[in-house]
Every structure is written in C-alpha cells, then in structure tokens.
Design a protein around this ligand. Structure first.
Ligand SMILES: [Zn+2]
Length: 208
C-alpha cells in the first residue's frame, strides 16, 4: 500500500494501489490490487440496521480494506445529529475492534467531533477528509490529534500553514490526483516529484 497518493476517492484509479476507494457498505468491486475503505456515510445512516453494521464488520475484516470510512457528522445534510452520532459511535467501535483508522466526513460539526475524540479517546487515527477550513481551524484540529487531507478545494493559506508531515492528498473522485499534488507543490514552492513522495510517505505513515 505504499504507493498510495490519493487517500480518498470514489473512483477506481487506473493504477491499482494508488488510491483508497470508498465503497460505502460494499460490496467490494471485483478488481485486484486495489485498496478500499468501507463505512456508512452520515447522509445515509437513517436506514441503518444491525445488518448494516454486521456487513461493515465483515468488510473491515478483509485485508484490502485498510480503513473505515467515510463516516462522520454533517449538520447541513442527512438525518438528525442524534442519529448521525449513534451511527458514528458504532463505527468508532468497529474501527477500534479491527484496528483500522477512520476517514471522516465532517461538515459544520467540528466542535462536536473534537468533543467526541476527547471522550471516546480512540487508539486509531482519525482523518478529516476534504478539509477546506482555514489555518486556525487546521491548527486546532491538528492540536486535537486529527489528521487532515486536502483536495482540489483546499485553501492555499491552509496548505502553507500545515507541517509537512501533515500533508495528505485526495481527489474525492472530483479531479485528478496529480492536479491536487501540483496545487500543493505550487503553494509550497516545492518540486512536484518531492511533493508526491512526501504525500506517499505521509499516507504510508497513516496506515503504519
Ligand atoms: Zn467522499
């Protein structure tokens, strides 16, 4: 998994093993050499039942599913915060049980997710995907132990403010990964190849 450069997408990449493809609650596509994440998106958790969690549990026991996600909290869309949070906590338990990190979708619920991390005290890493906030919010989240991944809408001042060891990249299926890496490289005044290697190394640390 150490050539991964796109930590979150919904599209199977041309190059097997270069991206973590989110498959929701499955089933896994019948393709070889790819990596997947499985999870219940906060928009879709109103219909979740025990079968959904059993299904997720089975997916997480597979070696080509190294992460749980995307799951999380979204106050702008989906069912009530209460329903979203219950499903989130169930998934946190599965993440701990399988020792697999979580990829989070968080929209306008940062205070709550910081509170949950503090109270649940996970041993697994929590990565907020598609981070579009400013440097101050990024600093607060990193300080609370979250990881952030940056997509095509990441702010340039935020990119520049992050420690280099905290740079992770994703497409979310919305653009090409080279476009995202190149944007990060330009923002930092770095060479494309060096930036690509840095991101690969940071993603490999995420799964270490
Ligand atoms: Zn996504």
């Amino acid at each position: 998994m150490f050539m991964l450069k796109d930590i979150h997408t919904h599209v199977i990449p041309a190059l097997p093993g270069s991206a973590v493809v989110c498959v929701g609650c499955g089933p896994l596509p019948q393709v070889k050499g790819h990596f997947f994440s499985a999870g219940l998106h906060p928009w879709d958790v109103s219909g979740c039942d025990e079968d959904s969690f059993r299904n997720l549990d089975a997916l997480l026991s597979m070696p080509d599913v190294p992460a749980l996600g995307e799951c999380g909290l979204d106050t702008l869309r989906g069912p009530s915060p209460d329903i979203q949070e219950k499903a989130f906590v169930r998934q946190f338990e599965l993440s701990e049980l399988h020792s697999k990190p979580m990829i989070l979708h968080v929209v306008r619920a940062f205070e709550r997710i910081i509170y949950l991390k503090k109270t649940l005290n996970p041993s697994q890493k929590w990565l907020i995907h598609g981070f579009r906030g400013g440097p101050e919010q990024a600093r607060q989240l990193l300080g609370s132990g979250f990881l952030l991944s940056l997509g095509c809408s990441a702010r340039e001042d935020t990119i520049r403010s992050l420690p280099r060891c905290s740079l992770l990249a994703e497409t979310d299926g919305k653009c090409g990964i080279d476009e995202v890496i190149s944007r990060i490289a330009v923002s930092l005044g770095m060479d494309f190849g060096d930036t690509e290697r840095l991101i690969e190394s940071n993603i490999s640390d995420f799964f270490a």
